[in-house]
Design a protein around this ligand. Structure first.
Ligand code: BES
Ligand code: ZN
Length: 880
């Protein structure tokens, strides 16, 4: 663990590597008490490096060094320096071979970085800097080498031995051991290296590429999960076809493998030819996975597969460029999901996450640009800004260029940089060169942190038929950045006439037929646009499809919100108008004791949504979800969470009481008689049904209760089962809740992914998840401090979703979280650092809360031997 103050790494200090590695030859001897790693590297000086006399420096972490040899001659102690985190050899020839033997202990590796054991199998996680926990190596993504890997292990315990590329040799060894050798023909950075050894079943399929090559598809899972692979396999085949159709990208190896492991810090990892997944992000069956899980699995399988081009064939020069692969790949997987289901619904989901969580990050102490300028611990920078805002930035390029030029740009990018480690700037340049557009101002999206605010005002000149729109852009200060320059913002809009019809948008100087939707390009601090030929005062539909990751301020009236909710041709803005109305109603209720303040027009709008079966039911299912507490907090100046929670509940109850009969009818109508399907229509049906059920139980409706109990017992799928369980858990029917939870656990106790959902539904509930309940869950036999999913499902769900309990005015929720972070910091610092997130936003809350959150952060800060991961998050949060 850390001995000195963590260092800050700066982008401006980037230097090309002094040495390159052409080939890596690895031999792993896997044992129960440890593993010996033999590594032979073919190294040469980098002709592009200015430092001709630089020593060779290799990174290492928690390694026992057994021997070093240069060109076959063993080095003695004086020839090299083992500084623990670095192995330094002062004088080396132009070109040489270096052999290093290290000893590691995967069985004691609780950080889950490098090589570790999970439920009896060996597996690796090398991104971002885990390879250095396996052997000494220049652990940076701009060093790309060809890997050959031989794995040796006991044949009975580890019949399956996997690594990247193709298996080229296998055989028997003494003592019941065997080996397999793998060769990856593509040069890659070490963060894409992977190894798996275990007793796993293999599921096979094939995919024929557009050029007619047959690819072997293989999934490896523990025997008990053999029946949970079909959905991921189908998702993989759809992803492979889609990347060919939409980006012209074909898979390049003969084998593509997916492995499921239970203990995994992240969701999944794109190792070349050998993707490793968190079990919860890949295994699914109708009985055990919800619709949400099915959709998530499809998206993650696609995401990791898409990295084969956006990340692996073209990789990052350094970790400051992380969004080059993650932002672009999230954009690609969200396009894919939109194509597989409902584009509007997918957009709503993405924007909800962005506006709730990324905007909060961008407005808090951890705010950073899409391409950061510095970091202490790179693991802390796998953020919503890198991922979601990064994807929005690529999406804006797509909007500005249009699909055809964007495709030309991506073709040029892949062609120009195949086999290279590049920067976000290289990506933008390819887009510029292919399209002829100037994106120099656009590049500020990568450099400036903070969410731009657009203040919109309008006036209508009835006499001239002119509608004038003024848009002012400001970007708030963020840590280390002030006085920002205006950014290049694509702003999509439409105007609706009083009859709800879209109006032609004719700007002064327009000659041709005017479209009813336009993308305005904002580049200055203030712009004014004049639309001509407007017959009567229009209602503006602003920032359609959420065409840029910005906040829009406009003095909406409730009439306008209701009008857009009913008439906007853009489904996204219809949904957004409904959200805005609900936010307005809830905000007005905070601090007002009188439910009469609840606008009856909101009730009528919801009545229409529930009863009008002619509407797009997938959109209706989304429109019925009230804005989350987290979003309401994000919008607040000085949040009082229990007050927000109560106001939101009162609106929900008011709606449920007023619409009680309609909800029962809706529930009955959505009854599914046919076989279970995961189509957008069926998902919408289940979602509507479960929303109706949840609302009925909110108001302690006895018929609702009976429906929930019946649904829980008769459901043939996890979505309905979980919907009923959640409704009961969040109700006042305490005996039913207890019974339902116990029965559910008894039925699914042997399935870790279902037990995680069971933990989470309780920890996230203000009824079943009070602090004393959470403490009970932590000592439950199924809880496991070494398993990140269990930690997330209890502690993460409590602090991230059970907001009223977490923000208990007595500060107990904060102290609890601080204690758990300190406890986890020793065993798994990455997970510990992520758990701190809810506390980092302390300045957002009313003083009575924020001061106690600050104390909780200080309590963590003062822990002895804090990891670099938690150190960075806590110190940055407290600073300023
Ligand atoms: N490359 C990442 C996995 C990763 C993240 C490894 C951080 C090491 C540190 C992978 O491609 C990824 O982004 N996974 C996401 C899921 C994805 C659908 C956004 C994850 O694991 O959450
Ligand atoms: Zn990724």
């Amino acid at each position: 663990m850390r001995t000195s103050q963590p260092q800050t790494i700066y982008l401006s200090d980037y230097k090309v590597p002094a040495y390159l590695v052409d080939t890596v030859d690895l031999r792993f001897e896997l044992f129960e008490d440890g593993a010996r790693v033999h590594s032979t590297l073919a190294i040469r000086r980098n002709p592009d490096s200015q430092e001709s006399a630089a020593p060779l420096e290799l990174d290492g972490d928690s390694l026992v060094l057994e021997s070093v040899a240069l060109d076959g001659t063993a080095l003695s102690d004086g020839d090299y320096e083992n500084r623990g985190e670095q192995l330094v050899i002062r004088s080396v020839p132009e070109r040489f071979s270096l052999s290093v033997v290290t000893w590691i202990e995967p069985q004691n590796n609780t950080r889950l970085e490098g090589l570790y054991k999970s439920s009896g199998m060996f597996c690796t996680q090398c991104e971002a800097e885990g390879f250095r926990c396996i052997t000494f190596f220049p652990d940076r993504p701009d060093v790309m080498a060809r890997f050959r890997t031989r794995i040796e292990a006991d044949r009975e315990a580890y019949p399956v031995l996997l690594s990247n590329g193709n298996d080229v040799d296998r055989g028997e060894l003494d003592d019941g051991r065997h080996f397999v050798t793998w060769e990856d023909p593509f040069p890659k950075p070490c963060y894409l290296f992977a190894l798996v050894a275990g007793d796993l079943v293999e599921k096979r399929d094939t995919f024929t590429t557009c050029s007619g090559r047959d690819i072997d598809l293989r999934m490896y899972v523990e025997p008990r999960n053999a029946e949970k692979c079909d959905h991921a396999m189908d998702s993989l085949k759809r992803s492979m076809r889609w990347d060919e159709d939409v980006y012209g990208r074909e898979y390049d190896l003969d084998i593509f493998m997916i492995v499921a492991v239970d203990d995994f810090n992240m969701g999944a990892m794109e190792n070349k030819g050998l993707n490793i997944f968190n079990s919860s992000c890949v295994l699914a069956s109708q009985e055990t996975a919800t619709d949400l899980a099915f959709q998530r699995i499809e998206a993650i399988v696609a995401h990791e597969y898409f990295h084969n081009w956006s990340g692996n064939r073209v990789t990052c020069r350094d970790w400051f460029q992380l969004s080059l692969k993650e932002g672009f790949t999230v954009f690609r997987d969200s396009q894919f999901s939109a194509d597989m289901g409902s584009p509007t619904v997918k957009r709503i989901e993405d924007v909800t996450l962005l506006r709730t969580a990324q905007f909060a990050e961008d407005g808090g102490p951890m705010a950073h640009p899409v391409r950061p300028a510095s970091y202490m611990e790179i693991s802390n920078f796998y953020t919503l800004t890198i991922y979601e805002k990064g994807a929005e930035v690529v999406r804006m390029i797509h909007t500005l260029l249009g699909p055809d030029l964007f495709r030309k740009g991506s073709d040029l990018y892949f062609q120009r940089h195949d086999g290279q480690a590049v920067t976000t700037d290289d990506f933008v340049r390819a887009m510029e060169d292919a399209s002829g557009r100037d994106l120099s101002q656009f590049r500020l999206w990568y450099e400036q942190a903070g969410t731009p605010v657009l203040t919109v005002s309008d006036e209508f000149d009835e006499g001239r038929g002119v509608y004038r729109l003024t848009i002012e852009q400001t970007i708030p200060d963020t840590p280390g950045q002030s006085n920002k320059k205006p950014q290049h913002i694509p702003f999509a809009l439409g105007l609706l006439g009083s009859d709800g019809q879209p109006l032609p948008l004719r700007l002064s100087g327009d000659e041709t037929e005017a479209p009813t939707e336009r993308v305005l390009e904002l580049t200055e601090g203030v712009h004014t646009f004049e639309f001509h030929g407007i017959p009567s005062e229009p209602v503006p539909s602003l920032l359609r499809h959420f065409s840029a990751p910005v906040r829009v301020r406009y003095p909406w009236t409730r009439e306008q919100m209701l009008f857009l909710m009913n008439h906007d041709p853009d489904g996204f803005n219809r949904w957004d108008a409904g959200q805005r109305l609900a936010v307005d109603v809830i905000q007005r209720l905070i601090g007002s004791p009188d439910d009469a303040a609840i606008d009856p027009r909101l009730v009528e709008a919801y009545r229409k949504l529930i009863t009008d079966t002619g509407l797009d039911q997938a959109l209706v299912a989304k429109m019925l979800q009230l804005p989350s507490e987290a979003y309401l907090i994000e919008l607040a100046e000085s949040a009082d969470v229990p007050a927000i929670h109560r106001a939101r509940e009162r609106v929900l109850e008011h709606l449920a009481v007023a619409l009680r009969d309609e909800l029962v009818a809706c529930y009955q109508r959505q009854h599914d008689s046919g076989a279970y399907e995961v189509t957008p229509e069926a998902i919408a049906r289940r979602s509507l049904r479960n929303t109706a059920l949840g609302w009925l139980l909110m108001i302690n409706d006895d018929e609702g209760r009976a429906l929930a109990v019946r649904q829980l017992n008769e459901a043939d799928n996890m979505t309905d089962r979980m919907g009923a369980l959640r409704a009961l858990v969040n109700s006042d029917y305490e005996a039913d809740r207890r019974q339902a939870l116990d029965d559910f656990y008894d039925r699914f106790r042997d399935d870790p992914q279902v037990v995680e959902q069971w933990f989470s539904v309780q920890a996230a509930s203000d009824r079943a998840g009070q602090l004393s309940d959470i403490e009970q869950l932590l000592v439950h036999p199924a809880f496991d401090w070494k398993n990140p999913n269990k930690i997330r499902s209890v502690i993460g769900s409590f602090a991230g979703q059970n907001l009223a309990a977490f923000h208990n005015p007595d500060g107990s929720g904060y102290r609890f979280l601080a204690d758990q972070v300190c406890r986890l910091d020793d065993s798994n610092p990455q997970i510990a650092a992520r758990l701190v997130t809810p506390l980092t936003r302390w300045r957002k809350f009313a003083p009575a809360y924020s001061s106690q959150m600050q104390s909780a952060l200080e309590r963590i800060r003062d822990k002895e031997g804090l990891s670099r991961d938690v150190y960075e998050v806590v110190h940055k949060s407290l600073a300023g």
